[in-house]
Design a protein around this ligand. Structure first.
Ligand code: XLS
Ligand code: NI
Ligand code: NI
Length: 445
């Protein structure tokens, strides 16, 4: 089995490389809908979907929650933290290869132990990065993005780049600088900022204007440094409204985009949209994706789903095909994911304790997006929904409507045209369109 593990030990011995067996297969360890080499609209499914595995959930999250201890055992754990990190890297690449994921993503301290000092942090990180590089070379798996964890360590309890104490910013800068150095070493395609502590718990002790200015300044510095050392990828801001902070500055796509533009970052920054964050903000996944596409700001996607009964980030694997059809519809119209990917920022439940559950969870997520892709493409090919939507705006295609769009009317003229107002009801046909979506979804293919 050497072709599916490149390290010294095979950690997922009970699972072989996962392959497509089709919708009637009863093998839980096979793809039912994701057929990597199948061509959809001129590209393979693999090229469309650009799946990425999240290091933190898959190889670090051990099932701890605020009420309970770890439930998940990782066979690579070693008493020496550096040895653990080396084993974990080998296990991770075995997993990427067996699940056929072309990309991965990590936080600095998911991959490499923080150590007791800043120097140790940098040294550990570079040593592990060298190993990751050799594993990338051996497997062909690429880094979608990395990021710095600026939220777990107590030093960040009042924020990182938006901390009211200057010296904390310097420590955050060390992490971001080192992550960018490592990114360039690994040929990463992106770098993500997710600011769990960049926000506030109380307005009574917070100068939000000053904190936002600091955050904007910090991001500009990261951009300048990255470009200087040869980072050619995209910087992403990952919006989230709250959790752990009561309010996070990058609340949703619209807020993050306004921030990006306000601080002059639009050439280098775009958004990394996560389904469960969009729903926490009171939107849908599709809403935040569409806001990004409207602004040419769709960078990458954290593919997961929330639980409608819970008001927090449950980070579940995507299984809701309605969500992925809507998402893929928008992504396809955006010309694809470009440099971004579908990164499974998702974890198995803490009582899914078999090692193979990690595979089963990802298989479900990949199948769900493959279904989304095929159904969305069928809807696009058929054109009924697009046609309906275009028709709805056809009064702007010619005559005064077109002159309005071209900016050739003023308010007085527009008001004068009210003599042409047609006082009749025009149905929005929502139910008809939703029934049509069900037809595309459930007709036999
Ligand atoms: C947390 C975020 C986090 C980012 C990376 O809610 O989703 O996992 O994706 O820091
Ligand atoms: Ni995320
Ligand atoms: Ni999240």
């Amino acid at each position: 089995m050497k072709d599916v593990f490149v390290g010294n030990t095979e950690y997922f011995k009970s699972v072989e490389k996962v392959v497509y067996e089709g919708p009637t297969s009863d093998n839980p360890l096979a793809f039912k809908f994701y057929d990597p080499d199948k061509i959809v609209a001129g590209k393979t499914m693999k090229e469309h979907l650009r799946f990425s595995i999240a290091y933190w959930h898959s190889f670090c999250a051990d099932g701890k929650d605020p009420f309970g201890n770890a439930t998940i055992d990782f066979p690579w754990t070693d008493p020496d933290p550096m040895q653990s990190a080396r084993n974990k890297a080998e296990a991770a690449f075995e997993f990427f290869t067996k699940i056929q994921a072309p990309f991965y993503a990590f936080h600095d301290i998911d991959a490499s132990p923080e150590g007791d000092s800043a120097d140790q942090y940098v040294k550990n990180y570079h040593e592990i990065a060298d190993l990751l590089k050799s594993l990338q070379d051996a497997t062909g798996v690429k880094l979608l993005w990395n990021t710095s964890n600026l939220f777990s360590n107590p030093r960040y309890m009042n924020g990182a780049a938006s901390n009211p104490e200057f010296s904390v910013l310097t420590r955050a800068a060390l992490q971001v600088k080192t992550s960018l150095d490592v990114n360039v070493k690994l040929g990463g395609l992106g770098y993500t900022f997710w600011g769990g502590r960049e926000g506030y718990m109380s307005l009574w002790n917070t100068d939000t204007k000053r904190e936002l200015d600091h955050l904007g300044m910090f991001f500009a510095m990261a951009r300048d440094y990255g470009r200087k050392i040869g980072f050619k990828g995209n910087f992403y801001i990952e919006p989230k409204p709250m959790e752990p902070s009561k309010h996070q500055y990058d609340y949703d796509a619209a807020t993050a985009i306004a921030f990006i533009k306000e601080y002059g970052l639009e050439k280098d920054f775009s958004c990394n949209i996560e389904n469960n964050h969009a729903t926490l903000a009171g939107h849908s996944f599709a809403h935040d994706l569409q806001v990004c596409v409207n602004n040419n700001m769709l960078g990458s996607v954290d593919a997961n789903q929330g639980d409608p009964q819970n008001g927090w980030d449950t980070d579940e694997f995507p299984t809701n095909v309605y969500d992925t059809v809507e998402a893929m519809m928008i992504i396809l119209k955006n010309g694809g994911l470009h440099n971004g990917g579908l990164n499974f920022d998702a974890k198995r439940r803490r009582n899914s304790t078999d090692l193979e559950d990690l595979f089963i969870a990802h298989i479900g997520g990949m199948d769900t997006f493959a279904l989304g892709l095929e159904i969305a493409q069928a809807m696009i090919d058929d054109g009924k929904i697009d046609h309906f939507r275009r028709q709805r705006y056809s009064s702007f295609d010619s005559g005064d409507g077109a002159r309005f769009e071209a900016g050739k009317l003023d308010l007085k003229t527009l008001a004068a045209l009210s003599s042409t107002f047609k006082d009749e009801k025009i149905s929005g046909k929502q139910e008809m369109l939703m029934n049509l979506v069900n037809q595309y979804m459930f007709r036999s293919r």
